[in-house]
Design a protein around this ligand. Structure first.
Ligand code: ZN
Length: 426
């Protein structure tokens, strides 16, 4: 029988339950059984993996991935990249995410229509290493919206797809479904670094949003929206958008509407990019902390923190996922969002981990089989050298990940020496 028997581990199962010493048995792609409270399991002929006292937990799940944004310093440059190089780069970033312990990604937009789709398919076929991926369309945006980097005097390729009017949004949405995306991404609000479409401005109209969700629902796809302004959040909720990104500038009415749909929708504030920009981490790329965008983001971050605390109290599912994909908020550092949840949103490390595992499984549309260490769940497993409940920042350190398993196969096998070192340090 092909399988693995993890012994001598402390299990964080992703449900929010207290950690427990125990064992986990993996057979094929799934977790066959687990034992808690120091109990053991029969090996059933499976290969024993002595965890040496390490923490065993579910693979991390990113709710706002941009593996084709390639750590760019300027959105314009994404359009300059030829599709061949861009595909190889995206493949590289998929591997980087897996190496950092992210076994699933919910994409929040690709930079070209088929990038996520072909990378997802190649990963699923076992041709390249990478996390399980829900493939997104590029950002569908209006003329003069976030993502419209075109110029009137010359041709310039963009990373978004510009549409105006419900008919154009409907047509492009249908094309994206034809090309195989899982999620349609729209930009109903602006963003502060776009001079002609600011964060508080709502630039899509309701018919345009409705056209996209109509296509998504009819084809069994999900929809996700870049929605900073309160009005854009409300419009998305009225029209049945599934994932509300940012939601930073919510007013009381928007908070009420989010709460009313708390079992249907997901909110991911994308703290990473705001935090890094506000704190001047973009200085090497011309955005130091005195830059107007950085000063603005510091204010928006404060509003975000206030609103996310309220939403969490109201039972809305708030997920880490911080728009990693830019030069000063690079791909692979995504676990930093868990730290932001702990330091800024007053989450316990356990709550942050649960949001990145159990709730991650739910946003992937696989809550019944992904995101927890449970019998019958897919075997996406990390072995961590240390206790992330004592210090959640260790999840950012790939060297602390002794083993990374996806679908019951090791991407990183625990080396006997590493495990012994962990044991010795106890
Ligand atoms: Zn994004």
């Amino acid at each position: 029988m092909a399988g693995y028997h993890f012994t001598n581990v402390t299990i964080i199962d992703g449900s929010g339950a207290e950690p427990s010493k125990g064992e986990v048995l993996v057979e094929g792609t799934r977790i066959k059984a687990l034992a808690k409270d120091g109990q053991s399991l029969p090996s059933d002929g499976a290969e024993t993996i002595d965890g040496g006292g390490a923490t065993l937990m579910p693979g991390l799940i990113e709710s706002h991935a941009h593996i084709s944004f390639c750590d760019t310093a300027s959105l314009e440059s994404l359009g300059d990249m030829p599709p061949e190089e861009h595909t190889l780069e995206t493949m590289k970033y998929a591997r980087i995410m897996l190496e950092q312990g992210f076994t699933s990604l919910f994409s929040a937009a690709a930079a070209k229509p088929r990038l996520d789709v072909v990378i997802r398919n190649a990963i699923d076929a076992g041709d390249i290493p990478g996390p399980r991926l829900r493939a997104a369309s590029p950002e569908l945006t209006v003329t003069g919206g976030l993502g419209d980097v075109r110029r009137s005097h010359m041709y310039r390729e963009t990373f978004a797809i510009c549409c105006d009017g419900a008919d154009e949004f409907r047509k492009v949405s249908r094309e994206m479904c034809r090309e195989g995306v899982d999620t349609l991404k729209i930009n109903p609000s602006g963003d502060e670094f776009v001079p002609f479409a600011r964060a508080h401005q709502t630039v899509m109209n309701e018919q345009e949003v409705a056209a996209v969700t109509e296509v998504a629902k009819s084809r069994g796809k999900m929809s996700a929206a870049h929605a900073r302004s309160a009005e854009s959040v409300k419009m998305c909720l009225r029209q049945g958008v599934d994932v509300i990104y940012h939601a930073t500038l919510c007013d009381e009415e928007a908070l009420d509407m989010l709460e009313a749909k708390k079992d249907e929708i997901f909110v991911a504030p994308a703290i990473g990019i705001m935090y890094a920009t506000a704190h001047g981490e973009g200085a090497d790329w011309g955005i130091d902390k005195d830059h107007p965008v950085a000063i603005y983001f510091m204010r928006e971050l404060e509003m975000c923190v206030e609103n996310m605390k309220k939403l969490r109290k109201r039972g809305v599912r708030v997920l880490p996922g911080g728009d990693y994909g830019f030069a000063w908020n690079p791909i692979g550092t995504n676990a930093r969002d868990l730290e932001h949840f702990v330091k800024l949103l007053d989450c316990t490390p356990m709550e942050a981990i649960t949001a990145a595992t159990k709730l991650g499984g739910e946003i992937m549309g696989m809550g019944e089989e992904l995101g927890q260490i449970r019998a019958g769940h897919l075997a996406d497993i990390l072995l961590v050298d240390g206790n992330p409940l004592a210090d959640v920042t260790i999840l950012r350190d790939a060297d602390k990940l002794l083993a990374i398993m996806k679908d019951g196969s090791f991407h990183k096998r625990p080396r006997a020496a590493t495990v012994a070192a962990a044991q010795a340090a106890e």
